[in-house]
Design a protein around this ligand. Structure first.
Ligand SMILES: NC(=O)c1ccc[n+]([C@@H]2O[C@H](COP(=O)([O-])OP(=O)(O)OC[C@H]3O[C@@H](n4cnc5c(N)ncnc54)[C@H](O)[C@@H]3O)[C@@H](O)[C@H]2O)c1
Length: 266
């Protein structure tokens, strides 16, 4: 066994090692994605922060580089196949490969909470374009590199709304249920190449965009039913996403981990 001659402590840390891994994080320009970008970089990964907010993505990358780590920030609308292909090419040009894709970008904080009958058809369609087509396009863009490497990690961000059936953003909740289906089926399609596809379902999280909006108070009060009676912060999600990005999760695929402080138990 490869581990036989190594000290016990190193055997453990190797499994969780992200040093040198190239990690693409969509929606990495603000909110929770910005925290993923920073934390992955600080763990030694080379980060590609891609966001429709290109200035935000570049600012995140500049901060990471100023701290002495590696990152680039790119503008990318994930609902556009051309944008997504260009983003993958830029990642390959800069860092030579893609090891991890964190599919974090979505339309969420910008969506009003309203009765389902009030949702305009155009808004429904745009949510599906970004949250589902965008995720499909990002997976498709990184797959050739991961297949050639015969390894890769895809981590899809869904929502605990799927378990709870949370109302008032019916299009958003529906799209996040689609993420679970995509995760399961794509895991079977990519298993033969050694590529893992998993998801997490965050509970209501106080990300910076949520704090800045009227949702801040609403979210801070959504601790009812949680085993841990406190607000959920972006940092609470990082460990699960990192676990699904490392060797430690190599035999886990098609799964969805709920990270909500112990509210929905499934
Ligand atoms: N905050 C929560 O309570 C919560 C709960 C469950 C799941 N989530 C999920 O976690 C992820 C991050 O949440 P957040 O709170 O940071 O959300 P957010 O709305 O603050 O951030 C979403 C990010 O995606 C980017 N984005 C939007 N459309 C895009 C597009 N077409 N192409 C590329 N980037 C685009 C935005 O610019 C932004 O940086 C999302 O997938 C969200 O659905 C959040």
């Amino acid at each position: 066994m490869a581990t036989q001659n190594k000290p016990i402590s190193q055997v453990a840390t190797d499994r969780f090692d992200l040093r040198g891994r190239v990690v693409v994080i969509t929606g990495g320009g603000k909110g929770i994605g910005k925290i993923y970008a920073r934390e992955f970089a600080h763990a030694g990964a080379k980060v590609v922060a891609a966001d429709v907010d290109g200035e935000g993505a570049q600012a995140v990358a500049l901060d990471i580089v100023a701290d002495g780590y590696e990152a680039i920030g790119l503008r990318c609308d994930i609902s556009s196949a051309a944008n997504v292909e260009a983003m993958a090419r830029a990642a390959l040009e800069k860092f030579g490969t893609i090891d991890v894709l964190v599919n974090n970008a979505s339309l969420m904080s910008v969506l009003p909470r309203r009765d389902w009958m009030e949702i305009p058809v155009e808004e429904w369609d745009r949510v599906m374009e970004v949250n589902l087509r965008g995720m499909f396009l990002c997976c498709r863009a990184v797959a050739p590199t991961m297949k050639a490497n015969r390894r890769g990690k895809i981590v899809n961000i869904s929502s605990s709304r799927v378990w709870e059936g949370t109302p008032l953003r019916l299009h958003y909740t529906t799209s996040k249920a689609g993420v679970v289906g995509l995760t399961r089926a794509l895991a079977r399609e990519l298993g033969e190449y050694g590529i893992n596809v998993n998801a997490i379902t965050p509970g209501a999280t106080l990300s910076e965009t949520q704090v800045a909006s009227s949702s801040g108070n609403y979210l801070a009060t959504r601790v009812d039913g949680r085993s841990f009676q406190r607000a959920q912060m972006p940092e609470d999600l990082v460990g699960a996403v990192m676990f699904l990005s490392t060797q430690a999760s190599d035999f886990i695929t098609g799964q969805t981990i709920n990270v909500d402080g112990g509210k929905a138990m499934h």
